[in-house]
Write a protein that binds this ligand. Sequence first.
Ligand SMILES: [Zn+2]
Ligand SMILES: [Zn+2]
Length: 148
Amino acid sequence: MTETPNPLSGRCMCGAVTVTMTPAKPEIHACHCDMCRRWTGSVYLEIDAVPGSVKAEGPVKTFKSSDWAERANCGQCGSPLWFHLTAPGGNLHAVSAGLFDDAGGFPLAKEIYIDRKPNGFSFVGDHVRLTEEEFETVFTYPKDGGVQ
Ligand SMILES: [Zn+2]
Ligand SMILES: [Zn+2]
């Protein structure tokens, strides 16, 4: 699976924002961190975009959620659109899987911050599950300027 998937086109709940992006991999990732849980109301399911491939039209509203990242929502209906790493050297652009029909048709390949997941639900299947500590050792936040 080294081939880049075809671009996806999706939209927010109200349809005011349309988003196109090219997935970096045909995969869905889940983040259970405290911020994603509160942002989405549950868990953030996202598809990583090829850097620079995310295009949006409509009333996008961005929010600087930390020193290193911003999150975008529809300015009209509030649907979460993407998480964007804005730190120098960071190019991660994680787009909400739910914007796309059938969430792109991709399988869930990874859950991160699994130790932060509420006990009341879990995803089935055989996929990568990383704790906060495990994730933060492979994914270095701007501490050293190097971001995957
Ligand atoms: Zn909307
Ligand atoms: Zn998160």
